[in-house]
Design a protein around this ligand. Structure first.
Ligand code: IPT
Length: 991
């Protein structure tokens, strides 16, 4: 048994794999407090197997858990690199090994014969002893292992000992981009196996969409003398022998939109197994993945199992929380990246409705660093271990209606062994298609599948005009097969930090081309671990924060929800883009298209609201359109009263009644339509629009002087006081401020930082955009205006931006026209943003605005923002990305007011501007590694932006679409600043 953890066998002493199912047979949970000892090497003394107290060094540890999250060693994060030398199947002598020990009482009357010890997940390789007797070994971290415990069990106290090795041959197959987290991280249980019981069950419940008939056949493996029988009382099925098919007229099919489960039982003489039957037929029909005859459009996410405190030892509540959040954001599909999830997650998918691509626990990505030499996927010696993983997944999960596709694994290049896996799976379960992305011949896949393809490529694929991959180019038959396959983007839209951009563009491409059956955003959750600074402030750690080397840094922080499962703006955007209704207004008609695949709209209630400059003036209900899945129709819009300002009609479709995944009233879809004309352009010079406080006259009481003049060390114009040397505004009435001055920097997002050469931020740093310097060319009071000319450029560069600020007084307000002209050669460099920055005293905190909100919005991630009147504190304007970066930009702001003790600064745009307000500068944000590094300064920094570069997805994928690139060009923008008295109380706000 020496170094058994390096053997190319899946394990020893294991029972054959079978379905995960409950039954009325005894089950003793062995989860709880165990004893634990960590050794640096795999060969520590075996002094903990027997009934006597274990040797020194043991302390308590909860099971399930990962020991590295309980103070024993550290978690390690790598993306592709193996954290040990590539020397398969060997691992270093230093192989952290966790000895686990539990003494438990066998319940009285327990039938020992045939009893099974079941481990639902142990990372990465382990050996088991019961009462000192070795039961066997196993690897395959995210897969169950069962051992026959009957002979070793004894009445009364039993001692279970488990030795877990962090590294094993199996680790070479588990190089998923995630934390390496050793331990017994899923449940352990002792299962009674009754005589005449059920060993395994395989449910086949099909649905014929033409006749509406269901077919049911339950195959059972029993050791029973008499046959097992099936009963489904709801369907009038009683005593149906296992293995015999029955036709059920008029069954309600299971779909992810209508997850109808029928409850039944399989009864053998000695055991009763509850069944949950979902009638559905998965088929590849005319080149498309269909369920019950209807092609699917997968609005999916890739889900890793992650909890900020417990790693992959997830509670049922956490699994449910994931699904509720997904359903509430219109996600209808999950790829279980990149291993089979906890079995209870699939039960929840059956119940709540989700299309699942169940992926095997196979990834050999690190061999890329050896040019794929020795890749297990292509080495016959590894076949048993690979096939064992596929078998254990398929056998465990075969009874879930939610599982509609098997995926052979992730990022393991290609090789003969995938053919073995595919052949076995097709023969064992011909009722589900297969997916594997990395073998570009797709010979083992029923999908043409890619990762991170740009939108234009998706469109080409949709038209079947894509180039043939080199792997099929010389094989017409194989190429024809590939080209006939439906297309999935098994990963796209890398949700790392601020972003992803372009979600709407991808969705348009999917919806335009039937061949494109959707995709899975990368990824669901940020894998950050909760940590605290010395002074007790919480933050989330990532690769390197644990002294782990080598590490993949923040590349694991790429989810749609933050580590604590707070939705990020990316998820809000996705929820909008994924909404299952299209709503468009044409005159007084509303065009409604039902994008569900199976469900009509009777579960939704439609309402409308009319707002005038952000203030609600009318609302009502719309009759719910009677629309079957896939259909469209026009409905009448109500006659609307006239609005004085900007009139916006918002139509909402919300749940009419509670659903298992959201309460009545939950908004499923919405759209907003402008129904009254734009305000005059340029900016209004009249007092504030309806819904905001009135503009006050000049605070001096006398009309301000509308002509600039020098007074002492100032230039005065209207209520403004300027620095005569720099031309910078220092005060507006009673408000002290500094600025606005041109500013192009934003703290690079992770997508700006990009991957490898695909990094616009590198270009920005190289070009010195983070260190632009101002030079005042001229400050010229003249006529009724103050002209300030400056130049902004970086040390060492000739190119720059020439800026002319033209100030005029309009009563109590100042009007500013900023004219920007690029000078010199900018090549194809894009700007991070183009705007002005000003500083206000630190006491300014309350912000109100009329524009897009309530959350942040960027040029290519703004579908979820709606026009309204919003209020927030400065703290609330910040998005707490785990890695500090540009965030919090409120877009298309018509006006904003920032309130501090002396009054309010009102800013109006012509027609609008982007707004961020922070207690730190963009440079501070650029330098910070964690939000706790950000220390509030003595000012509030306000950016007023004309434009931002798009977000894109270049941290792993394409950058922003061409239309969202911000090239420097001659530009003019206009702002109007005024000082207002403190806000009246009780202001109404939409958000
Ligand atoms: C792709 C991986 O499949 C996924 O696990 C994750 O690492 C993702 O990238 C990036 O976060 S592989 C990549 C080479 C496209």
């Amino acid at each position: 048994m020496a170094r058994y953890y390096e053997d190319l066998v899946p394990g020893t002493g294991l029972c054959p794999p079978r379905a995960a199912f409950a039954s009325d047979a005894g089950r003793l949970s062995l989860s709880g407090t165990w004893l634990f000892r960590l050794s640096e090497r795999a060969d520590a003394p075996l002094d903990f197997l027997g009934p006597e107290a274990p040797g020194a060094g043991f302390s308590e540890l909860p099971v399930p858990s990962h020991w590295v999250l309980h103070g024993h060693g550290t978690p390690r994060y790598t993306n592709t690199a193996y954290p040990f030398p590539i020397d398969p199947p060997h691992v270093p002598d230093d192989n952290p090994t966790g000895d686990h020990r539990l003494a438990f009482e066998l319940p009285a009357g327990w039938r020992s014969a045939g009893s099974v010890l079941r481990f639902d997940g142990v990372d990465s390789c382990f050996r088991v002893w019961l009462n000192g007797r070795s039961l066997g070994t196993s690897s395959g971290s995210r897969l169950p292992a069962e051992f026959d415990a009957g002979e070793a069990l004894r009445p009364g106290t039993n001692v279970l000992a488990v030795r877990v090795h962090r590294w094993s041959a199996g680790s070479y197959l588990e190089d998923q981009d995630m934390w390496w987290l050793p331990g017994i991280f899923r449940e352990v249980a002792l299962l009674e196996r009754p005589a005449d019981g059920v060993a395994d069950v395989f449910v086949h419940a099909g649905y014929d969409h033409v006749t509406g008939r269901g077919t049911l056949r339950v195959d059972a493996r029993t050791d029973a003398s008499a046959p097992a029988v099936v009963s489904v009382p709801e369907l009038g099925i009683e005593g149906l022998p296992a293995g015999r098919e029955v036709v059920v007229p008029d069954v309600d099919p299971w779909t992810a939109e209508t997850p109808r489960l029928y409850r039944g039982h399989l009864t053998a003489p000695g055991e009763r197994v509850p069944l949950r039957l979902g009638f559905r037929t998965v088929a590849m029909t005319e080149g498309l993945l269909t369920v019950n005859g209807t092609p699917l459009l997968l609005r999916g996410v890739n889900r890793h199992e992650h909890d900020p405190d417990h790693g992959r030892a997830l509670s049922l509540d956490t699994m449910r929380a994931d699904l509720l959040l997904m359903k509430r954001h219109n996600v209808n599909a999950v790829r279980t990246a990149h291993y089979p999830p906890h079995p209870a997650f699939l039960d929840l998918c059956d119940e709540l409705g989700m299309w699942v691509v169940d992926e095997c626990d196979i990834e050999t990505h690190g061999f890329i660093h050896a040019e794929w030499r020795g890749n297990p996927a292509d080495d016959p010696c590894w076949e048993p271990m690979l096939l064992d993983r596929m078998r254990r997944m398929v056998e465990r999960d075969k009874n879930h209606p939610s599982v509609v596709v098997w995926s052979l694994g992730n990022e393991s290049h290609h090789g003969r062994n995938f053919g073995v896996l595919a052949d076995w799976t097709r023969s064992r379960d011909p009722e589900r298609p297969l997916h594997y992305e990395r073998d570009r011949s797709y010979r083992h896949s029923d999908f043409y599948s890619l990762m991170y393809a740009p939108v234009a490529e998706v469109e080409r694929i949709g038209r079947r005009e894509e180039d043939a991959p080199p792997e099929t180019a010389d094989d017409p038959e194989l190429e024809a097969r590939r080209r006939a396959l439906p297309f999935l983007l098994c990963e796209y839209a890398h949700a790392m930090g601020n972003g992803p951009g372009s979600l709407a563009a991808y969705q348009r491409a999917f919806e335009a081309h039937p061949r494109c059956q959707g995709g899975f955003v990368w990824e669901w959750i940020d894998h950050g671990f909760r940590r605290h600074t010395d002074d007790g402030r919480e933050y989330f750690g990532y690769g390197g924060d644990f002294g782990d080397h080598p590490n993949g840094g923040s590349f694991c922080i790429d989810g749609l929800v933050f580590p604590n499962r707070t939705p990020s703006p990316g998820l809000i955007e996705l929820g909008k883009v994924f909404q299952p209704l299209a709503l468009e207004a044409a005159g007084d008609r509303l065009l409604v298209r039902n994008k569900h695949a199976f469900r009509d709209l009777s579960h939704l209630r439609f309402t409308w609201t009319l707002e005038d400059d952000g203030v609600r003036v009318a609302d009502g209900e719309l009759p719910t359109p009677r629309l079957p899945a896939g259909a469209a129709a026009e409905a009448d819009l109500p006659a609307l009263p006239a609005t004085a300002g900007e009139g916006w009609l918002t139509v909402r479709a919300a749940l009419a009644a509670d659903e298992p995944w959201a309460p009545a009233g939950h908004e499923v879809a919405w759209a907003q339509f402008r129904v009254s004309p734009a305000p005059p352009v340029p900016a209004p010079t009249v007092p504030a629009p309806t819904g905001s406080a009135p503009t006050v006259p000049a605070p001096t009481g006398s009309a301000p002087d509308l002509v600039p003049r020098r007074v002492g060390a100032h230039i005065l114009l209207g209520n403004g006081s300027f620095d005569p040397d720099t031309g910078v505004l220092r005060a507006l009435g009673p408000l002290e401020l500094l600025g606005p001055r041109l500013d192009v920097w934003r703290a690079p997002t992770e997508n700006d930082r990009g991957m490898g050469p695909n990094s616009v931020a590198k270009d920005w740093f190289r070009a010195g955009l983070d260190r632009m310097e101002h030079r005042t060319v001229a400050v010229e009071p003249g006529g009724d205006r103050l002209l300030v000319e400056t130049r902004l450029a970086a040390a060492g560069f000739e190119r720059g931006l020439r800026v002319r600020y033209t100030w005029t007084a309009e009563g109590a307000a100042l009007r500013l026209v900023v004219h920007v002209v690029p000078e010199g050669s900018w090549g194809d460099l894009v700007l991070p943003r183009l705007g002005v920055r000003l500083a206000l005293p630190a006491a300014f905190d309350a912000v109100r605005w009329f524009g897009l909100g309530p959350g942040e919005a960027y040029p290519d991630s703004r579908e979820a923002a709606r026009v309204g009147l919003y209020a927030a504190t400065v703290a609330e304007l910040q998005t707490p990305y785990v890695v500090p970066q540009e965030n919090g930009h409120r877009a298309e702001v018509r006006w904003a007011e920032l309130a501090g003790p002396p009054g309010r600064l009102r800013i109006e745009g012509a027609p609008h501007f982007g707004l961020t307000a922070r207690r730190w500068t963009s440079a501070d944000l650029t330098a910070a590694r964690h939000p706790t590094d950000l220390v509030p300064r003595n000012h509030l920094y306000v950016n007023l932006d004309l434009a931002h570069n798009g977000l894109g997805s270049a941290s792993c994928g394409p950058g922003p679409l061409p239309e969202h690139l911000l090239f420097p060009e001659e530009t003019t923008f206009t702002l109007r600043l005024s000082a207002l008295p403190p806000a009246p109380t009780g202001a109404t706000v939409t958000g």
